[in-house]
Ligand binder design. Structure first.
Ligand code: ATP
Ligand code: MG
Length: 895
């Protein structure tokens, strides 16, 4: 039975049993405390926590899930995917244990010809929570499952709660016995490979007070409204019904596995035995197939590769797959071969992966290309670090490995493997420590930014199912009511002058930071109070939280209040936001569609825009983007907003479908022409001419494969140009040239400067040689040696010393001296230098220039060396020049 059919029967069965069919929510979790949707119940969390009233009492869904925690299990066990589909049925205060257990049993064991899954009842086992007598007796007495196939399991595995005070309760899990070939007898308590967990039934029965750990908590009492939450892994049932060894061999995954094996020229043997020589490749093929599918589904739901959060997970999945192909010898791009196969396997259930494939594949292929370039660049870097470490006989430092990872995006497993091939180990503990620190920093930043505190339950209470009505598209001042007031993260009846507060209004003209647009600031005023609003965030969907300080009076919760935004600031912010759309479109026109948006931020007068692109933009391309943007501004296009369905928005070619929920009404911002169309909830100018002017500041790299442009708009852009003009005028005055002549004049001046420097150097050399004539007379006889030492003072480089030393040696030779040592010191750029020459005669007396320099340099706090006849050195300490000369003399005296 195909996976799609398993899902269809699921919905049909529960629909027949009065459940409302709820379509899968996005993989991007609607709950801000979770990165991804990890279970079927996630979209229903507000109902289970009593924060919202569900519109139904029974629901059924087949939910797309991502569990990154299982990534290391993928391919190693038979049953874990990073992406999988969890089928669930839910009761909100309606049926409870008996209903859940009997329906589960009925669906699993009803013959296939009657619409069920037709599992052999003899192979099914159930576990219950140790103390859950009720569930035990339902299995035994109602279902009539033999007692030797019901096992009691403790809190670690058979108890569900959120980790916080709130609902909790026992679970009952259903297992399928795959047979003696797969492991030991003894039921699920004994072996989780032979006995495959397929379905978990959660009975939300109690209110928990204090929760200290998974198994350590206090029960406050029974819940008034008991709930049911169940989850069955579609892929796990598919592997049973399709008679295959693991979930990667089921119909929606296997085709990718086969194509990957074909590309790599290896044979997949389906082994799960880690000792088997085929295991390494088999495992790789399994997780390649898994990761490709996860990447497809994530991009389809609006995730783009990046260095943080969900974007990082996606990047890691793609890289792991590419990397595994590489380990099997495939160095070419593999996604163009594998992604379309995954698309075709998934399109039956998720038609959007095919409809949107142009965009999905563009993002995925660009990420793979970037990674292949990263591997090429990082390899060069790694090779030189490894060579250094090997020469020094040390490990490759944790810092070097971290830098490769952090700056070059070079994966650590690749570093480990390539270092090992070269016989060098890696300081992994330091690397892990650095990674940990970085993660900690990122986590703190993200959390502090979003809400100030992590606990969102207060916000759910304040929300109470009622979205803050945003009036700011059309109004700048709105009369409303203070629905809720938080002081220090706690609900407060009122707040006094000077206190920091968070204010929730029924309706508000304040834009909460989203979609890259900065929040509005302004005032909330009422009878006898003024609150200055400094930031507005949306910690949960649909709720705006105004953060600020009471400037005057005392504000009571429930009071009538008028919200008024700082209009000047808003108008400037929306100029920047509209300009961001223009820049986005201009980049597409100049660089091409591959310049996919990776992030953006805009506030009054300023914008930045990040996009996926490997190389720096040329000056010409930058100028073109700036010019094109300014033409669009000057052409004064009308900016429309259109509310429509997602489907129509896509048909219109609207860009960036990030994080939008399917089926929702969406807002398209269109710059006429049509210059650009984007899904966007932000505020915008009415006509592009309002933006005034745009000045592109610079373009730079922000992490591997991402570039950033920054720009100023409106008066800020004008100020920027004005400042540049002032600068040019100053230069013109200084250079005594009209502005147009500045480049010529600067070039001339530089040319002249270089010529003068050359002449100066020549003069110095001549002077030096003239001086040398006099220096010859300073030569003295020390034993059998003619010794000449001197401090030349300030010199331009060691060349000066060398030419003087050689000149003096020649002169002394011509004057008939036999054994000659000449040593000169001098200072260049505050560094002491020394050059010594010893002729053949001196060398036969044991005086070698190299040795002499070593001794002299040591005096200077440095080192040096060279040949026996000429050597050079230097050091740090310019006060020791005389000592250095003395050391030469001493060596000569003892020769
Ligand atoms: P396991 O112990 O096998 O990892 P679990 O206890 O984590 O499973 P639950 O959180 O109870 O699983 O999820 C409910 C059901 O979802 C499971 O019974 C299983 O069928 C399915 N499931 C859970 N995790 C995965 C996964 N990574 N891949 C595929 N199916 C999964
Ligand atoms: Mg698990």
């Amino acid at each position: 039975m195909q996976t799609h059919e398993i899902a269809r029967r699921w919905n049909a069965f529960f629909e027949k049993n009065d459940h409302s069919v709820v379509p899968s929510a996005s993989l991007v979790s609607p709950d801000p405390s979770l990165l991804f949707t990890v279970a079927g119940m996630v979209p229903f969390i507000p109902y289970f926590l009593g924060q919202q009233t569900p519109p139904y009492i029974r629901a059924v869904s087949v939910q797309k899930c991502i569990r990154t925690a299982d990534i290391e299990e993928v391919g190693r066990t038979a049953r874990h995917g990073t992406f999988f589909q969890m089928a669930g049925n839910f009761s909100f205060g309606d049926y409870f244990k008996e209903g859940a257990i009997t329906m589960a049993w009925e669906l699993l064991t009803t013959p296939q010809e009657d619409g069920g899954y037709g599992l052999d009842p003899e192979r099914l086992w159930a576990t219950v929570y140790t103390e859950d007598e009720e569930a035990y007796s339902i299995w035994r007495d109602v279902v009539k499952l033999p007692e030797d196939r019901i096992q009691r399991i403790g809190k670690e595995d058979n108890y569900w709660h959120t980790g916080q005070p709130g609902p909790g309760g026992p679970c009952s899990e259903i297992f399928y016995d795959r047979g003696p070939a797969y492991g030991n007898a003894g039921g699920p308590a004994a072996d989780d490979t032979r006995y495959l967990e397929i379905w978990n039934l959660v009975f939300m029965q109690y209110q928990l007070a204090d929760v200290r750990s998974q198994a350590d908590f206090d029960v406050a009492g029974e819940l008034a409204n008991k709930n049911i939450d169940t989850g069955l892994g579609l892929e796990r049932l598919a592997m049973i019904l399709q008679g295959v060894e693991n979930m990667y061999e089921t119909d929606q995954v296997r085709p990718v596995l086969d194509r990957a094996a074909e590309l790599a020229g290896v044979t997949y043997t389906s082994t799960e035995d880690a000792e088997d020589p085929n295991f390494a490749n088999d495992m790789r093929l399994r997780y390649i197939a898994d990761h490709i599918r996860s990447a497809l589904m994530l991009i389809s739901d609006g995730v783009v590769p990046g260095n943080e959060a969900g974007g990082y997970v996606l990047r890691r999945l793609i890289r792991r797959a590419v990397r595994a192909m590489r380990l099997m010898g495939v160095t070419n791009a593999v996604l163009p071969e594998l992604l379309p196969i995954s698309r075709d396997a998934m399109r039956g259930t998720y038609p959007q992966v095919a409809e949107d494939f142009e965009r999905i594949s563009r993002i995925a292929y660009a990420e793979e290309r970037a990674f292949l370039r990263t591997i090429a660049a990082g390899t060069t870097r790694l090779e030189s670090s490894v060579a250094q470490a090997r020469a020094a006989g040390t490990q490759l430092s944790g810092n070097a490995a971290f830098e490769l990872h952090d700056t070059f995006g070079f994966p650590i497993d690749l570093t480990l493997e390539m270092a090992e091939e070269a016989g060098v180990s890696v300081d992994q503990s330091k690397f892990t420590e650095l990674m940990q620190e970085q993660r900690e920093r990122a986590r703190k930043d993200a959390k502090a930014k979003k809400t100030g505190h992590a606990d969102t339950s207060l916000y759910y209470q304040a929300h109470a199912g009622q979205d803050t009505v945003f009036t700011g598209y059309t109004e700048h001042t709105t009369e409303s009511q203070i629905r809720s007031l938080l002081v220090n993260g706690e609900e407060a009846g009122f707040a006094e002058q000077g206190q920091q507060v968070e204010v929730v209004l029924d309706a508000s003209p304040f834009y909460a930071e989203a979609g890259g647009q900065a929040a509005d600031t302004g005032l909330i005023t009422g009878d006898g109070f003024v609150i200055e609003i400094q930031d507005v965030q949306s910690p949960i969907n649909g709720l705006s939280v105004h953060q600020g300080v009471i400037r005057e009076g005392e504000a009571p919760a429930g009071a009538q209040a008028v919200g008024a935004i700082d209009l000047r600031r808003r108008l400037d912010a929306q100029k920047a936001h509209s300009a961001t759309h223009i820049i986005h479109a201009a980049l597409h026109q100049i660089l091409g569609e591959d310049a996919v948006q990776a992030g953006s931020f805009n506030k009054e007068g300023y914008l930045r825009f990040d996009f996926r692109w490997q190389d720096a933009m040329s000056d010409a391309a930058r100028q073109e983007v700036e010019e094109l943007a300014n033409i669009a501004i000057r052409d004064n296009f009308f900016v429309n907003t259109i509310e429509t369905s997602l489907k129509d928005a896509q048909a219109m070619g609207a860009m960036s479908l990030f994080g939008e929920k399917y089926g929702d009404r969406v807002r398209v911002v269109e710059i006429d022409g049509p210059w650009s169309r984007e899904l966007c909830g932000g505020t915008h100018v009415t006509n592009t001419a309002e933006i005034g002017t745009l000045a592109l500041l610079n373009e730079q790299s922000v992490g591997s494969g991402n570039r950033r442009v920054e720009a100023l708009v409106g008066l800020d852009a004008f100020d920027h140009f004005a400042a540049e003009r002032t600068l040019v005028n100053q230069l013109s005055t200084l250079l005594k040239a009209p502005t147009a002549d500045i480049p010529g004049r600067v070039e001339q001046t530089l040319h002249k400067l270089r010529q003068l420097e050359k002449e100066l150097a020549e003069l110095r050399a001549q002077q030096m040689l003239a001086q040398a004539g006099q220096l010859v007379d300073k030569a003295e006889t020390v034993g059998q040696v003619t010794l000449l030492t001197h401090n030349l003072g300030d010199i331009s480089s060691a060349d000066d010393l060398r030419s003087t030393v050689l000149d003096l040696r020649d002169r002394l030779t011509k004057a008939g001296n036999q054994n000659i040592v000449v040593g000169m010191v001098g200072t260049s750029n505050n560094r002491p230098l020394v050059v010594i020459s010893a002729n053949e005669g001196a060398q036969t007396l044991g005086l070698k220039a190299g040795d002499l320099v070593k001794a002299a340099s040591q005096m200077l706090g440095g080192g040096g060396g060279g040949k026996p006849d000429l050597a050079q050195g230097g050091g740090q300490d310019v006060t020791k020049l005389d000592e250095a000369l003395t050391s030469i003399r001493q060596e000569v005296e003892t020769a």
